[in-house]
Write a protein that binds this ligand. Structure first.
Ligand code: SF4
Ligand code: SF4
Length: 298
């Protein structure tokens, strides 16, 4: 049985189906590519205590998950890979999730909060957006760094809104998005898929995996530390590395040169404005056949 209440704006009684439709419409009209809804109970078996929606918002009943493509198709075409990240990604998922939260609170009188996705220790976020995307039926894990692939768009950037409002959930995907049939065929021939061949762990890269007889992922390996150092040349890591070298440099002239160097300047820029390139490597996604059709334009 669904909850019926009055819309604040129209004064009409509306049920959960209509509320769900309106919430999704607000997100899509604001520019998000995909939106899915998961009931808060789906986290009970999927995440440890402290990382579930109700740990962040007491009484949480639903999680609205939003995904956007990030870099434009044109940005993927640029021969300078830095442009893809710097000029292509606008963090719109983070903005639109706030619009959705405001809409739920103002229109339906229920609490809503943007799910905290930032890491609190190591790479551990309070709430995993990868898990949220899977539980909301937007994608499944892939062999490429465990990235969640959406069946239509492939790689997406996710944000989520936790709310006490009851909404109609979407089913989780029953069909794995990865591996693509072409990847299964490639694996049968050479023992690697396009992504594991682009970044092989046995040759300085980060990825490996096996596909079983049914064409499903049997095992996967991702060296996250190596990926971070290879893919993210500027940002917090490079700032810390440079600072350590600068403060332990005895020669004042060298120290001044290090402070004014392009490397340190870009590291400062990366952590202060995020309009400096932080990650330069998207090679596992560049070769992924799931991500390609939507990026193919004229
Ligand atoms: S982002 Fe780059 S370094 Fe990281 S797994 Fe993908 S191809 Fe490898
Ligand atoms: S290339 Fe894409 S679809 Fe193929 S195995 Fe890798 S992540 Fe999966």
């Amino acid at each position: 049985m669904t909850e019926v209440q009055e819309s604040r704006e129209s004064g009409k009684a509306i049920n959960s189906d209509e509320k769900t439709r309106q919430v999704k419409e607000v997100a899509i009209n604001a520019g998000i590519d995909v939106v899915g809804i998961a009931p808060a109970e789906r986290w009970d078996d999927a995440a440890p205590e402290g990382h579930r929606p109700a740990d962040i918002l007491p009484g949480a009943r639903s999680v609205v998950v939003l995904g956007t493509r990030g870099p434009t198709a044109g940005a993927w075409q640029s021969p300078d890979h830095r442009f893809m990240e710097v000029n292509g990604y606008d963090f719109r998922n983070d903005l639109i999730v706030q619009i959705v939260a405001d809409f739920i609170e103002s229109e339906f009188d229920h609490y809503a909060i943007m799910a905290p996705a930032l890491s609190v220790s190591g790479h551990q976020p309070v709430m995993s957006m990868m898990l949220a995307a899977v539980l909301a039926g937007l994608g499944t894990r892939s062999l490429a760094a465990n990235i969640i692939l959406n069946p239509k768009y492939g790689l997406l950037y996710y944000s989520a809104c936790i709310t006490t409002l009851e909404l109609i959930p979407d089913p989780m995907l029953v069909q794995d998005v990865c591996p693509h049939p072409m990847c299964v065929a490639t694996y049968r021939k050479i023992g690697k898929t396009p992504c594991t061949a682009a970044c092989p762990s046995d040759d300085g890269g980060c990825l490996d995996g096996e596909i079983d007889e049914e064409g499903r992922i049997a095992s996967s390996y991702f060296d996250r530390e190596r990926c971070t150092s290879r893919a993210m040349n500027f940002g917090i890591n490079s700032f810390q590395k440079a600072m350590e070298q600068i403060v332990t440099e005895d020669d004042p002239e060298s120290q001044t040169n290090m402070i004014n160097s392009e490397f340190f300047t870009r590291s400062c820029s990366a952590i202060s404005s995020f309009r400096e390139s932080v990650a330069q490597c998207f090679e596992c996604m560049r070769v992924c056949p799931i991500t390609r059709p939507e990026r193919k334009l004229k």
